[in-house]
Design a protein around this ligand. Structure first.
Ligand code: ZN
Length: 321
């Protein structure tokens, strides 16, 4: 990407996020702090071996997800969205090739229809990805994603994934739950390693309207940072939005998960949130008790992240490989 195009893209990005209340734009520095907080707290989590996950196959994964929804009174007709082609499950490889399989999901609109694709390898992780992607599906507007939705959709999807992992733990897949939790934290941190550079460039642009080397060195003069690494990261990104929703989502989902564990957040509120995020940012913030965050109060979130770390560290991994 040429620098000229980059300015255009950053301008468009800023224009989109300032279309509605400036909470996100005004608080980009807070989002940046959330990213670093997540990174610092979880940077020494042991990387689990994905080959130790249980292979269950597509049908069992779908059954587990359906049972999870049923037990938690979550109103999603999995059979219907599979049979009408909205969800597509792709199996990449046998369990012995587990580590090389593509693990992830995509949520999109294809030819005017919602489309959910889960790419997995038949392990219990596929179910977690399915729950994550169905969560996005649930709050997708009928025609396109909305800006309000953008900010919260990742936070809810990661939250619902964490709750599903608890279900796995309670239903005979204890070690899988431990692996998926650790894997998710490490994966998020790998994203943050790139994203934080992106955020710093956006903050620079927001405050100076100039992302030249000269401006960068002046703005970040007391830090040991190399402009070339940063500008490279910015030019690498095709979707600046997606990166920012993710950063918000990583830390906020863990905060919401701990709130759920303390009975301060219910499944009913999560269901309300699916609707609220397309209607009002303020309503979403009230539902999640996140008012403080936009006054620079990150203490509750910090404490939740630490509590979550303590929770997963008391659970030892069983290694098969
Ligand atoms: Zn997602």
């Amino acid at each position: 990407m040429q620098i000229k195009d980059l300015y255009k893209e950053v301008d468009e990005y800023i224009a989109i996020i300032t279309e509605y209340p400036n909470i996100f734009y005004d608080n980009m520095e807070i989002i940046y702090r959330l990213a670093l907080m997540h990174y610092n707290i979880y940077n020494e989590i042991e990387d689990p071996n994905l080959n130790d996950l249980t292979y269950v196959g597509i049908l069992k994964n779908i059954d587990l997800v359906k049972d999870y929804y049923k037990k938690n009174n979550i109103n999603v007709d999995v059979d219907k969205i599979i049979s009408n082609g909205t969800i597509e499950m792709i199996n990449h490889s046998a369990e012995d090739e587990c580590e090389h399989a593509t693990i992830g999901g995509v949520n999109n609109y294809i030819n005017g229809h919602k489309s959910v694709r889960v790419e997995g390898n038949g392990t219990t992780m596929d179910g977690a990805i399915l729950v994550h992607e169905i969560s996005h599906y649930r709050n997708q507007p009928d025609t396109r994603r909305s800006q309000i939705n953008n900010l919260f959709t990742e936070a809810i999807a990661y939250l619902e994934e964490l709750l599903y992992v608890d279900y796995l733990e309670e239903n005979g897949y204890k070690n899988d739950a431990k692996i998926i939790r650790r894997f998710n934290l490490n994966l998020s941190n790998r994203f943050i390693e790139d994203y934080y550079k992106l955020l710093k460039m956006l903050i620079l642009y927001k405050n100076t309207r100039d992302i030249s080397k000269e401006s960068f060195e002046k703005y970040y003069s007391d830090e040991n940072t190399k402009y070339e690494d940063y500008i490279k990261e910015l030019t690498n990104y095709t979707s600046l939005h997606a990166a920012c929703w993710d950063i918000f989502g990583f830390a906020i989902s863990i905060y919401l998960y701990m709130e759920y564990k303390k009975n301060k957040l219910s499944q009913k509120t999560i269901d309300k949130l699916h609707i609220a995020i397309n209607r009002s940012l303020n309503e979403s913030i009230m539902l999640t008790n996140l008012e403080g965050i936009f006054y620079n109060d990150l203490e509750d979130i910090f404490n939740s992240l630490i509590e979550y770390k303590e929770m997963i560290e008391t659970k030892e991994l069983v290694k098969k490989h």
